[in-house]
Design a binder for this molecule. Structure first.
Ligand code: NDP
Length: 481
């Protein structure tokens, strides 16, 4: 069986304690590789390698760093089909999605920050009347930790690593134990691109041991984390007494507000994607759909018809819309919410069952599920399910729509479907969300800030925000006579 190895100091190595974790192919429900169950000793080795590579990496020229990151971007692009296949095998997502979205975006992450670092500048201020000049240095932090989830494995892993490296830090990173494969391949790509040894170190293992060792490490001075809200809270409790810099990108329960005056066909096509893309396992999925009462009945009929027509199947078949969920425990968690919905008086309009896919009988497939709820405070409407399950509910007024949208602990993204500019502006201003999409979904410009309010996180990634996170600002004040 293939063994995935840790990437430390530019070389691949086995975990020091010789312990391994099974890695599953979710489309078949079979173990197909082993990953290191790394201990704090492995994390310490990774830290020592990162420390040794710093500050020489931060003292390289911007042009040099930019060139290396561009090379990584190019090699990812050159290996698009292999990486996409690997991502799909490891995660269960349709190959078409990995090919069109995940892997191209991983390449763009490196290319974007290769370019952005060349434009990253700081401010200076003349303190007129005091005879002083102030200027700000943006200095790299040192060794930083990057921890990412399983839903968009290489996409989110590189979204952290690329700005961290561009800013001159060295990195200890841990991908999710559930989807380690493309992160493993990234090590080799970085070596090929000429990244000096020790600048990036990738340690595989469990969250509560390997991940925890990174967060607890006294000399890893910043943690960039994407994952669940409960894990984020735990990480914050661990890191806060050590005054680490923290970026936390957490869960979501995003509203999709549909008004009667929207472009109906366009809305319907995009709402199918925002509900079920990646099996609903995207933090930005619109899992709560609120529809203006005058079109609610029509929407319900049409939506259920389209959802029922989605093909659930092997990730490797070209016409598959919904692939496998990432793991058995996750599938069971999602299924438990369908039961909770029924117990709470919700109506399952379609879906709700496990699907047997020919040749993949043990895979983790679920029908895309639409639940009509009467009370927006019910658990399926309040808690993040993170699977192919959406709720629908009517509203009558704009005020009611806003209250429903904001009536959860999360505040990651919102979508509005309307052609009324006045309403758009009013709602966009008042929605409690880090991102508001109007008549679109998941359109991302990498220059824009990305992150959540409320329990969806702290801090922003994206564009210069990420470079600011991965640097310390230092003010220098010079007095003259
Ligand atoms: P988890 O919080 O379970 O895990 C995220 C990462 O943290 C994994 O690498 C995990 O390791 C690791 N981890 C777990 N416990 C600890 C710990 N104590 N210390 C350090 N690291 C730890 O999230 P999931 O992987 O289940 O991902 C799904 C969640 O991520 C959803 O809530 C989703 O909304 C959120 N998410 C948020 C995004 C955003 O940008 N806001 C984007 C994408 C997802 P391991 O997997 O090995 O246990």
């Amino acid at each position: 069986m293939q063994k995935i190895l840790n990437y430390i100091n530019g070389a691949f190595q086995e975990p020091t304690k010789g312990e391994w974790i099974d890695n599953y192919n979710p489309s078949k429900g079979e173990v197909y590789s082993l990953i290191p169950n790394s201990s704090s000793e492995d994390v310490e080795q990774a830290y020592q390698a990162a420390k040794a590579a710093y500050p020489s990496w931060s003292n390289t020229t911007i042009e040099y760093r930019s060139e290396i990151l561009s090379k990584i971007a190019a090699i990812i692009k050159d290996n698009l089909s292999d990486l996409a296949y690997t991502e799909s095998l490891d995660n269960g997502k349709p190959l078409s999605l990995a090919t069109k979205i995940d892997i191209p975006r991983a390449s763009s992450n490196f290319q974007f920050f290769a370019n952005a670092i060349t434009q990253f500048s700081s401010e200076s201020h003349e303190s007129v009347g005091l005879n002083a000049f102030n200027f700000t240095l943006r200095q790299s932090i040192g060794v930083v930790g990057c921890i990412s989830p399983w839903n968009l494995p290489l996409y989110l892993f590189t979204w952290k690593i690329a700005p961290a490296l561009a800013a001159g830090n060295t990195v200890v990173a841990k991908p999710s134990e559930v989807t380690p494969m493309t992160a493993y391949l990234l090590g080799e790509i970085c070596t090929k691109a000429g990244l000096p040894k020790g600048v990036l170190n990738i340690v595989h293992g469990l969250g509560h041991t390997t991940g925890q060792a990174i967060v607890e490490h006294p000399n890893i001075k910043a943690i960039s984390f994407t994952g669940g809200t409960a894990t984020g809270a735990h990480i914050a409790r661990t890191a806060a007494p050590m005054f680490k810099k923290l970026s936390l990108e957490l869960g979501g329960k995003n509203p999709n507000l549909i008004f009667a005056d929207c472009e109906y066909d366009k809305m319907m096509a995009v709402t199918l994607k925002s509900s079920f893309a990646n099996q609903g396992q995207i933090c930005l999925c619109g899992s709560r759909i609120f529809v203006e009462k005058s079109i609610y009945k029509q929407f319900k009929t049409d939506f259920v018809k389209h959802v029922t027509a989605l093909k659930v199947g092997s990730p490797f078949e070209g016409d598959t819309n919904v692939g496998a969920l990432v793991s058995k425990p996750h599938m069971e968690k999602v299924q438990s919410y369908i039961k909770i919905a029924e117990d709470e008086g919700g109506t399952v309009l379609c879906g709700g069952n496990q699907v047997q896919v020919d040749g993949h009988e043990n895979g983790y497939y679920l029908e895309p599920t639409v639940i009509e709820v009467a009370d927006d405070k019910c658990r399926v409407n309040q808690e993040e399910i993170f699977g192919p399950v959406v709720t629908i509910m009517p509203f009558e007024t704009e005020e009611e729509a806003l209250a429903l949208a904001n009536g959860v602990r999360y505040g990651l993204s919102s979508t509005i479907w309307t052609n009324n500019l006045n309403r758009t502006m009013k709602l966009a201003k008042q929605l409690e969300a880090g991102i508001v999409w109007v008549n679109t979904w998941l359109l991302r410009d990498l220059r824009t800030p990305f992150g959540g309010m409320k329990d969806s996180g702290v801090g922003r990634e994206g564009g210069l925000e990420a470079l600011r996170f991965f640097t310390e600002a230092k003010n220098i004040c010079i007095k003259f006579d």
